[in-house]
Design a protein around this ligand. Structure first.
Ligand SMILES: NC(=O)c1ccc[n+]([C@@H]2O[C@H](COP(=O)([O-])OP(=O)(O)OC[C@H]3O[C@@H](n4cnc5c(N)ncnc54)[C@H](O)[C@@H]3O)[C@@H](O)[C@H]2O)c1
Ligand SMILES: [Zn+2]
Length: 364
């Protein structure tokens, strides 16, 4: 598969066992003479040696740098530490960085590559579902600030994205489900055939059945690549990828990024946005129910956490994607098609309970 961005185009490969031969493609795609692998301990411990071996075999004299796991590490202090470690490893413009890990490693490594010596090549080797279908393709890199997530960054396209689905075996089940939520999102806005496939194969996907997984991941990456190729800098169609994210970001902020994974918040946000789409007359009745049923089968939460509407409103009003006090809210026209409508935060939140909702038990 190819992400088409003129002279910055790059291939995305998906397969089982690709890590063992990664080095050849890294050398070929980057033209580098050495490689630095950046990873986190849970991933490096399992797959670091395999990656290093193949890079060494390709003559790339690899060095490995482990950073602490968790999104709290995705910050400027860590970037600076990486610059020093890179200099110590004698990295120069002929060095390629290899991001081996989830989206956090990808964003941190990508931003470091974008800025070190004003930009050196990098390669994405995503090992979480979320990173495979979302974070690794598109060239958005960046770090968090104390004031908010992903507030500092750069567009820097990788030279190659190499996906080895075998690495998913060690990914915690909750992380698998959360990553699949982003696949549900892509299907909901773009491809009803993919949505139907998800409905057919939900359990097989959770079990990482290769026959179910490879076509779904491939299609999900294709959709991201299509959208990015049409709209590299996120002005038009790329905004559709924010489906479910207005409420998700508010939920995450209200929970102070604890308790729910991003994909879990997105599942709740998508069901809510689909219900709003129905209420606003864009989507046919039953659209939200279909998304909710699929999310349940993928072991994803479906109900917003218990906060009054006013709290959600306050959280949404600081969403950085909001413009002129209106939110470009992504609504569905049905499963597989979407557009944005400019809505006031109050119109977005109209479907939330006014007071703190009592837990709805046994709601179908
Ligand atoms: N650049 C983009 O376009 C973009 C898009 C979406 C998300 N993101 C970013 O991606 C990050 C989230 O990505 P994520 O969900 O992959 O989180 P993550 O990178 O923090 O990984 C989640 C957890 O899974 C572990 N893990 C990853 N792969 C594993 C494996 N194969 N085996 C065992 N454990 C494994 C990680 O160590 C971590 O503990 C956030 O920082 C987010 O801002 C970026
Ligand atoms: Zn997301």
């Amino acid at each position: 598969m190819q992400v088409e961005l003129g002279e910055r185009s790059y291939p995305v490969e998906i397969g089982a066992g690709t890590l063992a031969t990664l080095g050849e493609r890294v050398a070929e795609r980057s033209g580098a003479s050495r490689a630095v692998v950046i990873t986190v301990p849970p991933v490096g411990r399992r797959y670091g040696a395999r990656a290093m071996r193949s890079l060494r075999a390709a003559g790339l004299k690899p060095t490995r740098i482990d950073v602490p796991d968790g999104d709290a590490t995705k910050n400027l202090r860590q970037v600076e530490k990486l610059y020093h470690a890179l200099l110590e490893a004698r990295a120069d413009r002929h060095t390629v960085l290899v991001a081996l890990g989830g989206g956090m490693v990808g964003d941190l490594t990508g931003f470091t590559a974008a800025s070190f010596l004003r930009g050196i090549p990098f390669v994405q080797v995503p090992t979480s579902v979320l990173a495979m279908v979302d974070a690794s393709v598109g060239g958005k890199t960046g770090v968090n600030l104390r004031e908010g997530k992903n507030l500092v960054g750069a567009f820097h396209q990788p030279r190659l994205v190499s996906i080895d689905i075998e690495t998913l075996r060690s990914l915690p089940a909750r992380e698998r489900s959360a990553g699949l939520a982003e696949v549900v999102k892509k299907a909901a806005i773009w491809d009803r055939g993919l949505f139907a496939r998800l409905e057919r194969d939900a359990e097989a996907l959770l079990a990482l059945d290769e026959k179910a997984l490879v076509p779904v991941l491939t299609r999900a990456v294709e959709i991201k690549a299509e959208v990015v190729a049409q709209d590299e800098r996120e002005s038009g169609v790329r905004m559709l990828l924010n489906f479910g994210h207005t409420l998700a970001h508010a939920i995450e902020a209200l929970l102070r990024y604890r308790g729910l994974l991003h994909g879990e918040a997105v599942a709740i946000g998508m069901i809510y946005a689909a219900a709003r789409s129905e209420a606003l007359g864009f989507a046919p009745a039953g659209t939200a129910e279909r998304i909710e049923a699929l999310c349940r089968r993928l072991d994803l939460p479906t109900e917003p956490p218990d906060h009054p509407r006013s709290a959600y409103l306050a959280a949404m009003a600081v969403d950085k994607k909001k413009r002129d006090s209106r939110i470009h809210f992504v609504v569905l026209d049905g499963i597989g098609a979407a557009h944005t409508v400019p809505l006031l935060p109050s119109e977005v939140a109209a479907g939330l309970p006014r007071g703190a909702a009592r837990r709805k038990k046994g709601k179908s």
